[in-house]
Design a protein around this ligand. Structure first.
Ligand code: FES
Ligand SMILES: [Fe+2]
Length: 392
């Protein structure tokens, strides 16, 4: 878990303790003072093959990523009705649109004439329709085929049968989920409590300050691990943010294969919660979530990091990173804070956590260690793996 912060932007919306769900508040109330925190020693292992084995990768694909709906994007990326963005997710070319009716849809980015992509870049387009670059067929953001060039040269052609293919989808906790194989989605693994928590954190209505895609040479779980443990923070991040943290454990709640961690910032005392009810709760507490199966959320004082870790191969993971703020910067001071925060977080996650994942994968690929080892500060990783393995 990591918190990053700077001086407060001048005008901002603040999340108060009482804005959070009852369940979040109850967890936060259990965080001990920094000096009272205890870590229970533990030693456990996992086989190397869970990060390097082809069979395990294929099983995860079949039993998790193609069986259950998976997150594609934070819905905030297409906040405005009449916006659409193309994204390559899990190896599929997709479009996520919010039509004028406000409904979010996940469509295949593939023209029903010859298969061409309709949108090739990754920026958010604000437009009511999409025109194929090849022969200029035009579709609405709801996927309906609106018009074809030279309709007179087609014989007996019914536009109604050539709408874009849509994947079953739903928005929960501010994330757009889609069922990649097109079958009836089973949302049983997405936690209602976690979705309510993410709603309370303001994720559905956040402003997307920045987005970045990382293509990493590491198994998705190797990329995930640092977000589930505090052991590395003071070490890997020694030169950046490590000194802001202690090795204190978090208050952890598990909802199936979803983990919620809340922890006090350095110097935390429970009495701080009641000093001023208007205080920005993110100044006192860091929230971190691993939401089924591959969402990572980490809160900071003035923004939230939202990541989706998409497995592409045994040793390849594509991460979609979004920095979410309560609103766009309204002053130069706020803009400067957001800009510096974005640079720092990209350096910390990209240059430190993701780098650690890549340089670990090289060892794992050589069979070292045969059994990676987990200690008392890494117990959340095993909690998550146990829940995940129950589905395999
Ligand atoms: S492939 Fe799209 S119009 Fe021909
Ligand atoms: Fe980290």
């Amino acid at each position: 878990m990591a918190t990053l912060d700077f001086a407060a932007p001048a005008k901002r919306k603040v999340t108060r303790l009482t804005d959070l769900t009852e369940s979040q508040q109850a967890a936060i109330r259990l965080i001990p003072a920094e000096r009272d925190a205890v870590v229970v020693p533990m030693t456990e292992t996992r086989p190397n093959a869970i990060f390097t084995g082809r069979e395990r990768f294929e099983t995860e694909q079949a039993r998790i990523f193609r069986r259950f709906p998976v997150p594609i994007l934070p819905e905030a990326v297409v906040a405005e009705p009449g916006s659409v963005v193309a994204i390559e997710a899990y190896g599929m070319a997709l479009l996520v649109s919010r039509a004028r009716d406000g409904a979010v849809r996940v469509l295949l980015n593939a023209c029903q004439h010859k298969g061409s992509k309709l949108i090739e870049d990754c920026i958010v387009h604000r437009q009511g329709r999409m025109t194929c670059p090849y022969h200029a067929w035009t579709y609405g953001l709801d996927g309906k085929l609106i018009g074809v060039a030279r309709p007179d040269v087609f014989e007996g052609f019914d536009k109604g049968t050539r709408g874009l293919r849509e994947l079953p989808s739903r928005v929960m906790g501010g994330f757009v989920y889609a069922q990649l194989d097109g079958s009836e989605p089973d949302f049983s693994q997405v936690s209602d409590q976690v979705s309510a928590d993410l709603d309370a954190l303001g994720i559905p209505n956040a402003h997307v300050y920045g987005r970045k895609r990382f293509d990493l040479k590491a198994n998705w779980k190797v990329v995930l691990e640092p977000f589930l443990e505090g052991y590395h923070v003071q070490r890997l991040h020694a030169a950046s943010i490590g000194d802001r943290f202690v090795d204190a454990p978090s208050i952890v709640d598990q909802f199936g294969a979803n983990i919620r961690q809340v922890s006090g910032r350095a110097g935390y005392e429970p009495s701080m919660l009641d000093e001023d009810p208007e205080t920005n709760v993110h100044k006192l507490v860091t929230h971190a979530y691993t939401a089924f199966p591959n969402i990572v959320i980490v809160t900071s004082q003035y923004y939230i990091s939202a990541m989706i870790l998409m497995p592409y191969d045994v040793d390849r993971t594509v991460v979609e990173y979004c920095m979410l703020t309560p609103g766009p910067a309204t002053t130069p001071k706020a803009e400067e804070v957001f800009e510096r925060s974005y640079e720092l977080i990209i350096n910390v996650f990209g240059g430190e956590d993701f780098r650690a994942a890549e340089i670990s994968q090289t060892g794992l690929a050589m069979g070292v260690p045969e059994e990676p080892l987990y200690c008392g500060l890494e117990d959340n990783i095993l909690r998550y793996y146990n829940a995940l393995e129950a589905l395999l």
